[in-house]
Design a protein around this ligand. Structure first.
Ligand SMILES: Nc1ncnc2c1ncn2[C@@H]1O[C@H](COP(=O)(O)OP(=O)(O)OP(=O)(O)O)[C@@H](O)[C@H]1O
Ligand SMILES: [Mg+2]
Length: 412
């Protein structure tokens, strides 16, 4: 079996509704060209977490094979995303005295260690430690304290933790498909890589990746990640509401949502009608499209209200001048942006993935934000120090965790 070409970077988004594999070819000038994509419906996840390994492995294999065929390449190593309600994040603070009145690399390491020294349950693992700012003798807002004079060094950091088992299961699934996992990346960080502009991150922005089972939130301000959260609500809940509300099979409800759905009932022409398939042998019914929107609107409003609460709780609500950016498959529904503007009272836009070349039209949907983001993320942060491990490697999980920490330690 031939090994994967060195210039190839593969993103594997293991979503609740679909598994998506994207093959990108790194050009000598640093550009990334998408040369292959494979997607397959996934049934083995609930709320962003693998609950059925066999079924996930099957879907993964199909998605990867499809991407291999399209690109005409062999895939051996992937960058995978992680999400789910188990992801928790918070800010922490550490203080140390500098050794010689001047900040050394050891002082920085010690203050970061102090900031992360908080009790974490056995079944949780720190995924990322992201320095936000340093404070030296009371002077805050310092991005790089190395070499500065001062006695009391403080660090504010953002810590992301996740369930150990959830990450292990992702690695296990990939390994069963014969794939190495290069690294695991928090999904909303990957999406922000493909969807947000540097200006938005600097001004302050909240990205919402609204998928099938989860809504992933990340808040950036001053160019740095400030807050992350995952809510276990997504488009599948909307589909369920439609199925129950209109008494139609789930598959038909999904199609109705995609074809005629609207999140803001007042946007729909009251005279417009749609045909709703019934359960069993009964005849289809004709219904005002307005009624479909009235089913969707309260669920999306509930979701946005929860997000709004999360933003307030984060304490960064007044720092997101660039507003909110919606991505993920569920952001496609009409009226999502308009309703979001009403609830958040901020500018809102829909964000398709950008920043890559090649088959851009194939990956133009917001549903591919995470997958495209994974290859961008890997090309930006991992290519300088590439590494691999094999499926047999017992320490593989630890390696990935270590890598994730190093990345974020270096970057932010
Ligand atoms: N054209 C469309 N119009 C409306 N909704 C859509 C459309 N395409 C996909 N969706 C919805 O988007 C959701 C899936 O989004 P996405 O592919 O981003 O999720 P995922 O990554 O598989 O899931 P998660 O991120 O929650 O694990 C589904 O609920 C689906 O109904
Ligand atoms: Mg997703």
């Amino acid at each position: 079996m031939s090994r994967q070409d060195q210039n190839l970077i593969i993103g594997l988004d293991i979503g609740t509704t679909k598994i998506c594999c994207i093959v990108a070819d790194l050009q000598p000038d640093g550009r990334l060209d998408i040369i292959g994509i494979g997607t397959h419906p996934s049934q083995g996840l609930r709320k962003g977490v693998v609950i059925d390994i066999d079924s996930t492995v099957d879907s993964m294999r199909m998605a990867v094979e499809e991407a291999e065929m399209m690109a005409g390449v062999e895939i051996n190593m992937v960058y995978a995303g992680i999400a789910g309600g188990h992801i928790k994040s918070g800010n922490s603070h550490g203080v140390v005295a500098t050794k010689d009145g001047e900040v050394t690399p050891e002082d920085i390491q010690r203050v970061l260690d102090a900031a992360r020294a908080q009790p974490i349950p056995m079944d949780r693992e720190i995924l990322h430690i992201i320095p936000q700012e340093y404070i030296l003798d009371g002077q805050d807002g310092i991005k790089e304290p190395l070499g500065m004079s001062g006695v009391r060094l403080e660090a504010r950091v953002h810590i992301v933790t996740g369930a150990v088992a959830a990450a292990q299961n992702i690695i296990k699934c990939a390994n069963r498909c014969g794939l190495d996992v290069g690294d695991i990346v928090l999904e909303q960080l990957a999406s922000s890589e493909s969807v947000l502009t540097p200006d938005e991150k600097e001004l302050g922005v909240c990205i919402l990746d609204i998928g099938g089972g989860t809504t992933d939130i990340a808040i950036f301000a001053d160019g740095h990640l400030k807050h992350t959260a995952v809510l276990a609500i997504g488009g599948d809940h909307i589909t369920n509401d439609i199925a129950v509300g209109l008494r139609t099979p789930t598959r038909e409800a999904e199609q109705l949502k995609r074809d005629f759905g609207c999140a803001l009932a007042s946007m729909v022409n009251p005279d417009e009608t749609i045909e709703v398939p019934s359960i069993g042998d009964r005849m289809p019914r004709s219904l005002a499209r307005h009624i479909l929107a009235e089913i969707i609107e309260p669920r999306v409003e509930e979701l946005y209200t929860l997000v709004s609460r999360e933003i307030s709780r984060s304490g960064f609500g007044d720092q997101i001048a660039a507003g909110v950016v919606l991505t993920g498959g569920s952001s496609i529904t009409d009226g999502m942006v308009e309703l979001a503007e009403e609830v958040f009272n901020k500018p809102v836009r829909r964000g398709p993935p950008q920043g890559v070349g090649g088959l851009t039209d194939v990956v133009a949907s917001p549903a591919y934000a995470t997958a495209v983001g994974l290859v961008l993320f890997a090309s930006r942060f991992d290519r300088q120090t590439p590494h691999r491990y094999t499926p047999e490697d017992d320490a593989s999980f630890k390696n990935v965790m270590q890598r994730m920490r190093e990345w974020f330690g270096d970057i932010f």
